[in-house]
Design a protein around this ligand. Structure first.
Ligand code: HEC
Length: 110
């Protein structure tokens, strides 16, 4: 009993950073970091600035998942500048569960 409780606590503590590491690896594997950086300036908004913008707007999550999968909407949607998130044909494809994992990770950045 006592051992399993200790194990549960250790797992809980360990899973936070591990999740972030695997999302970062996923972002690297999907070439997101060719255009984005986690923080700092690059040709696309940094993931931290995206997190800051949407912090007060939790309902944006599903729209962001679809942008990550399909690219920026042609009409409507928020645009950071004149460049857009490319369509799947122009970059590595992302499944819905991968996009969800990436968006949750991006929105959790501080
Ligand atoms: C070819 C460059 C490029 C690649 C590769 C790229 N992005 Fe983007 N991304 C952009 C640009 C440019 C914008 C700003 C789009 C806009 O203002 O409409 C953007 C915007 C975003 C946004 C914010 C969208 C919004 O509506 O505010 C998210 C989230 C995002 N990207 C995540 C990702 C993830 C995750 C990946 C990897 C699967 C990725 N991007 C790959 C260029 C890129």
């Amino acid at each position: 009993m006592r051992t399993s409780l200790v194990f549960a606590v250790v797992t809980l503590i360990a899973s936070g950073p591990a999740l972030a590491d695997s999302a970062l690896e996923l972002a690297q594997g999907k070439a997101c970091l060719v255009c984005h950086s986690v923080e700092g300036i690059s040709q696309a908004p940094s993931f931290k600035s995206i997190a800051n913008k949407y912090r007060e707007l939790p309902r944006e999550e599903s729209r962001l998942v679809s942008t990550v999968m399909w690219g920026s909407p042609t009409y409507g949607g928020y645009h950071w500048g004149t460049t857009k998130m490319p369509t799947p044909g122009a970059r590595v494809r992302v499944t819905q569960s991968e996009a969800t994992q990436l968006v949750e990770w991006i929105l959790s950045l501080k």
